[in-house]
Design a binder for this molecule. Structure first.
Ligand SMILES: Nc1nc2c(ncn2[C@@H]2O[C@H](COP(=O)(O)OP(=O)(O)OP(=O)(O)O)[C@@H](O)[C@H]2O)c(=O)[nH]1
Ligand SMILES: [Mg+2]
Length: 424
């Protein structure tokens, strides 16, 4: 059962045509079957029960009629509200943040992602721990464990089961332990990302389901999971994109964003998004076929701000142009975020133009260098004279020394292909 309260304060973030649409997709992504929904318009929320007292009764009746065993609220609830609502409806009650954390818990594959989700879940749920004791019995009976289909388990997967035997102190100890582990991974990750500084790096960011992974698959042979579902991608993956036969960039696919992403989650996903934070360029992929595109663009920008990369250079890619219907909106987006590209990751439209743009971008970073190579290395010498600007060329014995200006990434890539090319 989905519930949303609309107040003048949150009205602007509500999709008027389909107020419960995104919550439904999130619930389904967590493996729940949505049986019904309830909306209430009110001047402000009730401190005790979030929705009004009369609505709580209606909610209970609806739950009984539809045999719903879980109630999901679109807005954040206080631990006290959750307790009161659970008692009144006699059902497990969770809010949007807990739902998102649960999806992440069931999708996290790498050790790093698992640690991050567990930290976020513990941080989010530990203030509510007092409340947890009251439904421990139900949690134990719900068969959490993270399997899809164990609907009663939503909001309890991941560390949920563990809370049965822990108290706050143990939670704190566990958090300290997890943070230490993640710090080690973070350090390693920062080093790995920094070591790519010779390369041109691009990071795909965007609202969940915008088509980031599909784009990555179209450009490379990454074979990313690109199903029509929210948060299909959770772990960052970086692969090589051959922009031209002789030049490549490193491109990273990252976790999608969603509105009201729990803050704890954003913080703990910083390491996963390390690529985005250090990338030379962001590809901001937008689902241009969504009526919600304008708002989604804003949400992505907000999350990027939170991550401290709001000022990163971003190229807006208006994706799914093959099925976009509101072309007026696409025009507006294009104008506002120029230069933006209209693309279809699915049928490949517009991708050649993006590649051209990237080639230009990569060439705009020129460096002066002095290099040395064997005089007999004709092929390499040829490449250098073709692609770099040579200022001076001196021969001694059987070596050539060149003073030149060239693309930073092109030169780095040439050196990795020809280790005999020395820089002085
Ligand atoms: N028609 C059309 N569909 C597309 C296009 N690009 C992606 N899709 C579809 O949109 C859905 C989501 O694509 P993904 O690539 O998984 O999206 P994502 O941004 O990686 O999503 P998350 O990883 O879940 O955040 C899939 O069903 C894709 O087939 C496009 O250009 N045109
Ligand atoms: Mg994806």
């Amino acid at each position: 059962m989905l519930v949303k309260l609309i107040t003048p304060a949150n009205a602007s973030s509500v999709d008027a045509r389909n107020p419960l649409g995104e919550l439904k997709m999130l619930a389904e992504a967590a493996g729940a079957e949505v049986v019904d929904g309830l909306l209430q318009k009110r001047m402000k929320e009730s401190t005790r029960t979030h929705i009004g007292k009369g609505k709580v009764e209606e909610l209970t009746e609806k739950c009984e009629a539809s045999e719903a065993n879980l109630v999901i609220f679109d807005d954040e609830l206080t631990p006290a509200q959750i307790r009161t609502l659970e008692k009144a409806t006699n059902r497990r009650v969770i809010d949007r943040s807990e739902l998102i954390l649960d999806i992440f818990a069931s999708r996290a594959r790498t050790r790093e992602a698992r640690l991050q989700v567990e930290i976020a879940q513990l941080e989010y749920t530990s203030p509510r721990l007092r409340g947890m004791w009251t439904h421990l019995e139900r949690i134990a009976g719900a068969g959490g464990g993270g399997q899809a289909g164990s609907v009663g388990g939503i909001g309890t997967r991941g560390p949920g089961e563990r809370q049965i035997e822990v108290d706050r102190r143990i939670v704190r100890d566990r958090l300290t332990f997890l943070r230490k582990q993640i710090q080690q991974i973070d350090d390693r990750k920062t080093r790995a990302v920094k070591s790519r500084s010779d390369q041109f790096t691009i990071s795909l960011v965007g609202y969940t389901n915008a088509g980031k992974s599909t784009l990555m698959n179209a450009l490379t042979d990454a074979g990313q999971d690109a199903r029509d579902m929210l948060f299909a991608t959770l772990d960052t993956k970086t692969v090589r994109w051959d922009v031209t036969p002789s030049q490549y960039a490193l491109i990273s696919d990252t976790v999608g964003f969603v509105r009201n992403l729990p803050h704890k989650l954003v913080a703990s996903f910083k390491a996963t998004l390390e690529e985005a934070i250090h990338a030379d360029l962001l590809f901001h992929v937008v689902d241009a076929s969504s009526k919600d595109a304008m708002r989604q663009v804003m949400v992505v920008k907000e999350v990027l701000e939170e991550l401290g990369c709001g000022d990163r250079d971003a190229l807006v890619l208006l994706n799914k142009i093959d099925q976009a219907t509101d072309l007026g909106m696409v025009d507006v987006l294009e104008e506002k975020h120029a230069p933006a590209f209209r693309i279809s990751a699915k049928n490949g439209n517009g991708l050649a133009e993006v590649a051209d743009y990237i080639v230009k971008r990569m060439s705009s970073q020129r460096v002066d260098a002095t290099v040395r190579l064997g005089a007999s290395e004709g092929k390499l010498l040829n490449l250098l004279t073709q692609h770099a600007e040579i200022h001076e060329q001196t021969y001694d014995e059987n070596m050539v020394t060149l003073e030149l200006t060239a693309d930073r990434t092109w030169l780095a890539q040439l050196q990795s292909r020809y280790p005999s090319l020395e820089t002085i």
